[in-house]
Design a protein around this ligand. Structure first.
Ligand code: H2B
Length: 100
């Protein structure tokens, strides 16, 4: 199982994933993505879902029209691990490739 990141490692990792902040007292990280419309938002979610499934690491998220609120946390470990940082990095890349 992936190991929990220390507070220092969390802070350092956050520096490499723009827009993500600590939530739930450091047990997770969150970001709100805003797209052009629902089509773009759902396209992002579809691509992110395929990546998440490949990683066997899944987001908590909520979509309202063109907004997608995401929280990442490693439930098995009870907090933040490198898997959350990897998925956050992938989501930032996918959002960059999503037109709009
Ligand atoms: N996703 C997240 N975010 N945290 C987990 O601990 C987790 C997961 N565990 N996806 C995986 C699935 C685990 O339940 C399976 C059995 O590998």
């Amino acid at each position: 199982m992936a190991e929990l990141l220390s507070a220092d490692a969390r802070r350092q990792a956050l520096g490499s994933i723009p827009g993500w902040t600590e939530v739930q007292g450091g047990k997770g990280i969150g970001k709100t993505f805003v797209f052009k419309d629902f089509n773009e938002a759902f396209g992002f979610m579809t691509r992110a879902a395929l990546t998440a499934e490949k990683m066997d690491h899944h987001p908590e998220w909520r979509n309202v029209y063109k907004t997608v609120e995401v929280v990442l946390s490693t439930h098995d470990a009870g907090g933040l691990t490198r898997l959350d940082i990897e998925l956050a990095t992938a989501m930032n890349d996918i959002a960059k490739q999503t037109p709009g």
